[in-house]
Design a protein around this ligand. Structure first.
Ligand SMILES: Nc1ncnc2c1ncn2[C@@H]1O[C@H](COP(=O)(O)OP(=O)(O)OP(=O)(O)O)[C@@H](O)[C@H]1O
Ligand SMILES: [Mg+2]
Length: 363
């Protein structure tokens, strides 16, 4: 049964699949790669194959980046490209990374899970990209307009807006960041990152007063960084939003007595925009297993139930020194791809990209 075979022998099953199609495979020596890569010859060209054994996790960007870097290294110069095969599926960010980095061809495969037929030992692979994954012609004017807001200072609104914006633009989306805070923290941070970054970024950061000038531009994502209390013009801009991202800290002070900060924040947002969807995001999570954290999370979830348009995101942004020393390291530089901070922001970007694609499908 394929479901059971997907530990040690999944690579062997994939080899059998190729052999059944008359294709030759060859194991790669360990000095070429520390992983169990093998090669397959298709139309007189050799491709490296990686079979991912993780049963329960969709393949995220770092796994594909590692494969891509191997394929781009001198050791792999004899290969035309790579085939990456998994059982579980791929995050959206993977597909966009491949679109943005076309120099080395990587084809993604999905092992067909045939657990309904335990006798079947043969596998099937559905090839996803680029064979039948066609990037949709993005229909613009369909952007995600998300405010980042909470009636509480210092919960990470600016941190979330800035890193999320940088990551989405790195993934090739066009991003407009709007600084609605008179303190201009976001603008100051982003201006310095944009100045030092060598790559050209598909990202613009403006003050709220400049928003009108952007009326004719089409962005995939427009993210607004709000201060904890809103004044005239920033109140007005909330009506543009289709989503509001609310960073929550699981500390007694940040939640308030009986989660009063949550009620205050959610009621306020709903008053200003009756069709908005609220995405609550636990930020700066220190220890999710600590009894106080657990108790506060329960209290928070109880409060959340009162708001049908609010949803707790299924991941948190963990506490990370990369996010504490603002400006010194950011998602584009200094922050390792394996770091918690990078991984957590990838999950958030992935979630929003899915929302964007979903909105496009609805059209
Ligand atoms: N996940 C995190 N891990 C570590 N430090 C964090 C994290 N999130 C935010 N911080 C830090 O917490 C502090 C407050 O963050 P930030 O300025 O983004 O909050 P804010 O909600 O925008 O504040 P304000 O209400 O003043 O605008 C900053 O020093 C920031 O670097
Ligand atoms: Mg701020």
């Amino acid at each position: 049964m394929l479901g059971l075979s997907l530990n040690k022998s999944s690579a062997d099953l994939v080899k059998e699949y190729f052999h059944a199609q008359g294709l030759k495979t060859q194991d790669l020596p360990k000095y070429i790669s520390f992983k169990d890569y093998f090669s397959v010859e298709i139309n007189e060209q050799k491709y490296v194959v990686e079979v991912n054994n993780w049963k329960n996790k969709t393949v995220n960007l770092p796994s594909i980046e590692n494969f891509y870097h191997f394929l781009s290294s001198p050791k792999a110069k004899e290969f035309a490209g790579g085939l990456f095969i998994t059982h579980k599926g791929y995050s959206e960010t993977v597909k966009f990374f491949l679109k943005a980095n076309p120099d080395k061809e990587i084809v993604l495969g999905l092992l067909e899970n045939n657990i309904s037929n335990p006798k079947k030992t043969k596998i099937n692979i559905n090839w996803l990209y680029p064979l039948d994954y066609s990037i949709k012609n993005k229909q613009k004017n369909n952007s995600i307009q998300a405010g980042v807001f909470a009636c509480k200072g210092g919960v990470g609104k600016t941190t979330v807006t800035a890193h999320l914006g940088l990551l989405l633009s790195e993934l090739n989306y066009s991003v407009l960041l709007v600084d609605e805070d008179p303190e201009r923290h976001l603008k100051r941070i982003l201006d310095s990152v944009i100045k030092t970054e060598k790559k050209s970024l598909n990202l613009k950061c403006i003050n709220s007063e400049e928003l009108e000038e952007e009326a004719d531009e089409n962005y995939d994502f427009i993210l607004y960084d709000y201060p904890p209390s809103l004044n005239g013009s920033s109140i007005y801009s909330v009506s543009n939003l289709n989503y509001c991202l609310v960073p929550i800290n699981l500390s007694p002070l940040a939640l308030g007595l009986e989660a009063e900060i949550i009620h205050k924040t959610f009621n306020y947002i709903n008053q200003l925009n009756s069709s908005i969807k609220i995405l609550a995001l636990i930020n700066n999570e220190i220890d999710s297993n600590h009894p106080t954290s657990k108790a506060l999370k329960q209290e928070f979830k109880k409060a959340l139930k009162q708001y049908p348009n609010a949803h707790l995101l299924p991941f948190s942004i963990r506490h990370s020194s990369h996010l504490y020393y603002w400006g010194k390291s950011n998602i584009l530089s200094g922050m390792g791809r394996q770091s918690n901070a990078y991984q957590d922001f990838l999950a958030l970007a992935d979630y929003l990209i899915k929302l964007l694609n979903f909105n496009e499908d609805k059209k």
